[in-house]
Design a protein around this ligand. Structure first.
Ligand SMILES: [Fe+2]
Ligand SMILES: [Fe+2]
Length: 162
């Protein structure tokens, strides 16, 4: 049986992953409104990936006979100054999520909860991937700058994410 403390922390993480999903969906809506179909498509995929992360925690908590408790999801921002600013915020957000995952690992270890510690390993690796992929995109935006043709091509490139 999972400890109350660990259960609360995992429930909080479900909320954080659902907020990530909501934030990226909000960025997708912003890109849609600005006619960046490729950036919007990338963010929609990222949003469903985040929903998938929330569901991994959801299933795990049930598997260990815990209780999932859903809370209100914070309202995300709805507009950004530029595509670069939105992706920079996504990058900052993934660093924040990485810190949260690290805190969960620390808690699992201090609670001597080996099952949760093992479960979290997937997320430790996933966060390395998330931070690095968004970082690469931010760097591309910086290279492109205000060049409209290059931005158009970057929109096409991000739109091809499978
Ligand atoms: Fe996530
Ligand atoms: Fe990912």
């Amino acid at each position: 049986m999972i400890s109350e403390k660990m259960q609360k922390a995992l429930n909080d993480q479900i909320n954080a992953e659902l907020f990530s999903s909501y934030l990226y969906l909000s960025m997708a809506a912003y890109f849609e409104a600005e006619n960046w179909a490729g950036f919007s498509s990338w963010m929609k995929k990222q949003s469903s990936e985040e929903y998938g992360h929330a569901m991994k925690f959801f299933h795990y908590l049930n598997e260990v006979n815990g209780k999932v408790t859903l809370e209100a999801i914070e309202k995300p921002k709805t507009t950004w100054k530029s595509p670069l600013e939105a992706f920079e915020e996504a990058h900052k957000h993934e660093i924040y999520i990485t810190n949260r995952i690290n805190d969960l690992v620390n808690l699992a270890q201090s609670e001597k909860d080996h099952a949760t510690n093992n479960f979290l390993k997937w997320f430790v690796d996933e966060q390395v991937e998330e931070v690095s992929s968004v970082d690469q995109i931010v760097n591309k935006f910086k290279m492109v700058g205000d060049n409209k043709v290059a931005l158009y091509m970057l929109d096409k490139e991000l739109g091809s994410r499978s």
